[in-house]
Design a protein around this ligand. Structure first.
Ligand code: HEC
Length: 153
């Protein structure tokens, strides 16, 4: 449907005929919001089969720093799981911290890992959901590898 053509049609017919478009507009609106809500609640599976497997033991430092494949996977995993709060391309819109500020060192990696595994819950309020059991260790570090390419002091 070309929105640009609508004025031409409505000029030739009675103004009331515009009501015909109302159910269609409502249907589109509902479909769009349903799609968005769906994306919000469903954790996205991340295919990490092309990455070096890390095993069950949690690492205390990002094993994928500068790994191109990890950055590729981390980019899409970030977009699907984190961008809605932390912003597209990790540029925060102010709702959640700007993850480009995370340092690239062991200490920050440990803080990052704990934040993502446990989420951010204070006084019963969930500021960020926990990702342990939802994202694999590989996916979590791949996201960090992506964030390191977006680093801005
Ligand atoms: C529902 C929104 C939401 C989602 C989704 C979300 N976060 Fe967060 N995140 C937050 C908020 C809000 C905070 C700050 C919480 C606080 O005030 O303690 C935060 C904090 C963090 C922190 C600590 C940052 C700092 O500077 O202290 C890290 C790291 C982090 N998030 C990583 C992630 C990653 C990685 C993902 C995706 C796997 C993600 N978050 C998904 C909302 C979210």
């Amino acid at each position: 449907m070309s929105a640009g053509r609508l004025p031409c049609i409505t000029m030739e017919v009675d103004v009331n005929s515009q009501l015909v478009f109302l159910p269609l507009a409502l249907a589109l609106l509902l479909a769009a919001s349903a799609a968005r809500a769906h994306g919000d609640v469903t954790p996205q599976a991340v295919d990490v089969s092309t990455l070096k497997p890390l095993g069950a033991q949690w690492r205390d430092e990002n094993p994928y720093r500068k790994d191109k494949e990890a950055v590729r996977i981390g980019t899409s995993a970030y977009n699907q799981n984190c961008a809605r709060c932390h912003g597209l391309e990790a540029v925060s819109g102010g709702i959640a911290p700007d993850l480009r500020k995370l340092d690239i060192d062991k200490e920050t990696d440990q803080y990052y890992l704990a934040s993502v595994r446990l989420g951010k819950v204070r006084n019963g309020a969930v500021y960020m959901p926990p990702y342990e059991g939802i994202l694999s260790q590989e996916a979590i570090w791949a996201i960090k590898a992506y964030l390191e390419t977006r680093r801005e002091p």
